[in-house]
Design a protein around this ligand. Structure first.
Ligand code: NAI
Length: 273
């Protein structure tokens, strides 16, 4: 289903690693809606991933960039404007990584070099991206910037580890930078807080299968899929949401406002018998 919601719009999409990636699904949907974009990912992910397939399918160019490296980001923004023939209308930041999670280090036993690395990749990279776009005056008026987050920023999910803190920082950056981007350039900045989703990053979290099954049972509409997230992002990139900004928007089937559901309660009662 396509509504041409993004016809004539140009953008940059970070974080498509493989067909499960939320950014991959988003790139496909943005393409279907008429948007043009540059795909980017860390150079190491290019070697591991399948981004070339996505680029040919969507008629996009690929520009490698480590999102923690300012020179890479400057090159990305300049080259994207050259390739797309003008300023940028939309940006998706779909990047997350915790070394402590990857290496099984508990929240109460952090290796702080790893913590810092995770913060830089998962949160500060969003500030760096926006600062680069802002300083280069690379965004068109009424442009839209979206980053992806998770509800562990607000509530405790023990196995989410230091990513919870990184997401809280990311959401704060969206509000703080969103103020300046709105005031000075009429650009909106939002985060989408997505249900657990089976991707490479998602499945890296300890106990992910339990996590996703629990969220499914708790949510009246069930977990939002990567495609649901892509569709929501399309609306935020479109002109239909021009004055939605500084928001953390839940795309989670209702999970974030639940206390308990019948389905979860049934399991609990059964287990007591
Ligand atoms: P994914 O593993 O497909 O995507 C993560 C991406 O981050 C990869 O493409 C990876 O190459 C990229 N990346 C890592 N370090 C980078 C760097 N230094 N520079 C540039 N890119 C770098 O996984 P997924 O789930 O699609 O993740 C996308 C976003 O969605 C992340 O922010 C994640 O935290 C968020 N999210 C994921 C949920 C899930 O359950 N999968 C739930 C809520 C939010």
């Amino acid at each position: 289903m396509s509504f041409n919601l993004l016809k004539g719009k140009k953008g940059i999409i970070f974080g498509a690693l493989d067909p499960n990636s939320i950014a991959w699904k988003t790139a496909e949907r943005v393409h279907e809606e008429g948007g043009e974009f540059v795909l980017t990912n860390a150079p190491i992910a290019m070697r591991m991933g399948q981004i070339d397939q996505l680029a040919s399918k969507t008629g996009s160019h690929i520009i490698p960039a480590d999102a923690t490296n300012l020179e890479d980001l400057e090159n990305l923004v300049e080259k994207s404007m050259e390739l797309l023939g003008g300023k940028i209308d939309f940006v998706l930041h779909s990047i997350g990584m915790s070394v402590n999670v990857r290496k099984g280090r508990a929240y109460t036993d952090q290796n702080y070099d790893w913590t810092q690395k995770g913060t830089d990749v998962s949160a500060m990279s969003f500030h760096k991206t926006m600062q680069t776009l802002y300083k280069k005056d690379a965004m068109n008026e009424w442009g839209s910037i979206v980053a992806l987050t998770y509800m562990a920023a607000q509530r405790v999910f023990p196995d989410y580890n230091d990513m919870a803190d990184n997401k809280a920082y990311l959401e704060s950056i969206a509000r703080s930078f969103g103020y300046f981007f709105g005031r000075d350039k009429k650009v909106r900045v939002n985060t989408i807080s997505q249900s657990p989703t089976p991707t490479t990053a998602g499945q890296g979290v300890k106990g992910f299968d339990g996590f996703i099954a629990y969220a499914e049972k708790m949510s009246p509409l069930g977990n939002a899929t990567a495609l649901d997230c892509a569709n929501y992002t399309v609306t935020l990139f479109s002109d239909l949401t021009k004055r939605v900004t500084l928001q953390n928007l839940y795309n989670d089937g209702g999970f974030s406002n639940m206390g308990v559901s019948d389905a979860v309660m049934d399991t609990f009662v059964e287990n007591q018998e």
